[in-house]
Design a protein around this ligand. Sequence first.
Ligand SMILES: [Zn+2]
Length: 119
Amino acid sequence: MVPYLLSVSFIELYAHLLIAVPIVVAVILVAILIVVMAIKWQLWSARMRRARRAARAIKFRPDGQPYPPSGRGMCDICEQPHEKIYYLSDGQRLCPQCYATLEMSPEGQNSSLPPKESP
Ligand SMILES: [Zn+2]
């Protein structure tokens, strides 16, 4: 007497599972792969947006105007050496802090800045 689990009728009854299970597993794996790739792409594009914003923040002021040319040097106001000094068109040399302070003050508004360009 052949046990039921090894009988031909059992194999015939569950033969479709031999095809269906690998297909279902493959579909699930592909779905997981697509979800993982979508998440990675989202993270990558968010990182690129942040990097682009950071690069733009270095070159452009919050109001969209470009910062003046810069380099190392001494600030004319605080008279300290800085890694970054803005060379204004009127000959002034200002560190970022003093430049921001001058920009905030009413007399410093657009006094020595290049003409506004659309971003
Ligand atoms: Zn300064």
